[in-house]
Design a protein around this ligand. Sequence first.
Ligand SMILES: [Fe+2]
Length: 262
Amino acid sequence: MAQSNDRGTVVLLQITDLHLHAAPDSQMRGVTTQDTFLSVLDYSRKVPRWPPDAILVTGDIVQDGSQAGYKRFRETLQALNLPVLCVPGNHDDPVLMAGLLMSPPFQLCGEAKFGKWRILLLNTFQKENHAGALGFSGLTALVSSLKEFSDEHVLICMHHQPIPMGSAWLDRIGLQDAEPFLDIINRHNQVRGVVWGHVHQASDRDRNGVRFLSTPSTCSQFLPDSEFFTLDSRPPGLRWLALEPNGQITTEVNWVSSSNQI
Ligand SMILES: [Fe+2]
């Protein structure tokens, strides 16, 4: 699974928090999530950056734990003939994911090499807990990976946010072992970026020279800086990540409203 364009830039399309259901016409918070998922993909396929080297899916693929939801996701993305890199979210069923999303073009967790970049796909799922954690084994595996890939640029991908978003209700369900995670990032200077979903909003922060990025959902968004759960009126979104051979990350969020359909 190693590719990149002529300039050596690796392009990823990140989609996240699809919240699909068994029935394609099911709604969540007034949004038909299957329709917004498809509209985000349709939009992405019409912009000049298409095709990416891979599609990155950072969790909450299915809301209701249904096999039908995962199968529809698989059929839709399989048709694009691109690698699809997945991690589970708090609403996902990792057992169903392992059964349906472990063979090419799909990859569930682990690592992937694209050009001069190593993409680490971390599992932060905890059973019956909306917060995330890497746990001792996840943190240990991360250190081993970073030792192994010490001379490559590294992008870390996961579902839960490792830094506070500034929304009290969301920050109670972030990455519980963020402190040791951030210590590891501090000690390994080949880590260029960390990207996640879960928070249904866009953010872009620099922390000691590392890019920390959250990405909006393909369905409804959460209002930033809210103490309590509050929906935002922003439309479905997606993120493009251009990973340059010199380790720089160029990134852009696209919002897909009915008025900007291409
Ligand atoms: Fe989530």
